[in-house]
Design a binder for this molecule. Structure first.
Ligand code: F0G
Length: 460
């Protein structure tokens, strides 16, 4: 167990380095203009410190790189598949595994296999790709997260919790037969990387079982969630993160997974379930969309790296250092009195753009502005998580207007040192000092699907 008063350090040392490029303000003004004020459209070469995402940006260990040389690139029955299957069974406890190229591949399969048009899928807030696949399969997504999750100032330790009353109200309103499953994310990305408590997911499972509704976990950052349970929930401080993870996933019937986060790889994912018939359906569909059921769009070496990554990810000292890096960064920003979501989540700091730029109307994309301005100020790349990411209502075509208008500074695993955080915090503070100068944006190009990735803007 890690005592709070003892200093901590990363449980690894650096063997290979990748030089960073610093650019001038002039270069960056040109680059962001060319990118339509969308940080997704910047070239990575024009970025200094890249906090766009923790997805696929992990540094792999020497053991993982060695594992990649052990790739069994057979079309069928690769030994790396069986290794991954065994690791998933051991650490998450699910019986059957279907690998996919990444998380949204798994979401596509699960949504198509389980949802009928006219169904409802409740969830603890939404994730962009997850909701997209649910809606594409014909479901209406219903947010049943607790109200505190939408309040940037609330210090609730488990802001990812499901509001059981909201969930039960939905069951009473539409009927359990219209709810194929509840989608439980651990942690909740869009709420700020906030965890769900063991007590809550246990209650969700009980209520769901009573009504014959399946519980499907978005396990993308469940290791981080297990760490928060160890740190914050009564009765768990003496348990290992691995044991907590196994109990947590035990309150679900299956999971979709983006291995690009918790599992310390650059590509990979899976869907895992307990039910044989559902597995049969998923295994049958994967050959259409991803590849044979023993590789699902991945090379053998990728599955090997993911299996080793899972073993590393659940080690207490590894996950502790991961989350404590994010905490360290949060403390720096707190000192600077910059507005951001508290408590600090597992994978990122979420700046509160509504408070940062109160003079910019939500329809003028304050979070988009903030991400662009931070890049111009410093070369640091972050991501909008507000009205642009929320997209439009699939039926009415109107903009979703999320309560949270955020900029996510996302921390890749094992990639940056504390000095990088000192630098980023400095620039965020500098920008905050001149926040009154900021001007809104207008959207000049809007893609049809998941618009935040490719939308373009101009300065007002
Ligand atoms: N679920 C959650 C909670 C996620 O954060 C992501 C991806 C996915 C599913 C989809 O997985 O990218 O492998 O297809 N999140 C990335 C991010 C994109 O930057 O937060 P994917």
């Amino acid at each position: 167990m890690f005592k709070k008063h003892i200093p901590w350090a990363e449980p690894y040392k650096i063997k290979v380095v990748e030089p960073l490029k610093m650019t001038s303000r002039e270069d960056r003004l040109k680059a962001i203009h060319e990118a339509g004020y969308n940080t997704f459209l910047l070239r990575s070469e024009d970025v200094y410190i890249d906090f766009l995402t923790d997805s696929g940006t992990n540094a792999m260990s020497d053991a993982q790189w060695a594992g990649m040389m052990m790739g069994d690139e057979a079309y069928a029955g690769s030994k790396n598949f069986y290794r991954l299957e065994a690791a998933v069974q051991k650490y998450y406890g699910y019986k059957h595994l279907v690998p996919t190229h990444q998380g949204r591949g798994a979401e596509n399969l699960l949504s198509q296999a389980m949802i009928k048009p006219g169904d409802y899928v409740p969830g603890n807030m939404y994730f962009t790709t997850t909701r997209f696949h649910q809606e594409k399969a014909g479901a209406t997504f219903i947010d049943v997260i607790i109200d505190e999750a939408h309040d940037t100032a609330s210090l609730h330790p488990f802001k990812g919790n499901i509001d059981l009353q909201k969930y039960e109200d939905l069951i009473n309103r539409v009927g359990a037969d219209k709810i194929p499953y509840i989608c439980v994310a651990a942690t909740v990305n869009m709420a700020g990387g906030q965890p769900i408590s063991m007590e809550n997911i246990r209650a969700v499972k009980e209520l769901s079982d009573k009504h014959g509704i399946k519980v499907m976990l978005d396990a993308t950052r469940a290791v981080e969630n297990a760490y928060f349970i160890q740190q914050r929930e009564d009765g768990y401080s003496d348990k290992s993160v691995a044991a907590i993870l196994l109990e947590l996933s035990g309150y679900s019937d299956g999971a979709t997974m983006s291995g690009k986060k918790d599992l310390l790889v650059n590509i990979g994912g899976f869907v895992a379930v307990n039910d044989w018939d559902l597995f049969e359906e998923l295994r049958n569909m994967v050959v259409v969309y991803e590849g044979l059921h023993t590789y699902g769009g991945l090379a053998g070496r990728d599955m090997e790296a993911m299996a080793i990554g899972l073993e590393e990810a659940v080690q207490d000292q590894n996950i502790s250092a991961r989350v404590r890096q994010v905490e360290y960064f949060g403390k720096l920003l707190e000192k600077a009195e910059v507005p951001f979501i508290k408590p600090v989540g597992g994978h990122a700091i979420f700046l509160d753009a509504k408070q940062f730029y109160p003079h910019i109307d939500q329809e003028q994309f304050p979070a988009q502005v903030l991400a662009a301005d931070l890049y111009v100020e410093s070369g640091v790349r972050a991501m909008e998580r507000g009205i642009v990411s929320a997209g439009r209502d699939i039926v009415t075509g109107k903009n979703h207007k999320p309560k949270l208008e955020l900029v996510r500074l996302t921390i890749p695993r094992r990639v940056y040192t504390q000095a990088h955080f000192d630098v980023v915090a400095y620039y965020v503070e500098e920008l905050y000092k001149k926040r009154h100068e900021a001007k809104g944006l207008k959207m000049v190009y809007e893609p049809k699907y998941l618009r935040f990735f490719q939308a373009r803007f101009e300065r007002l």
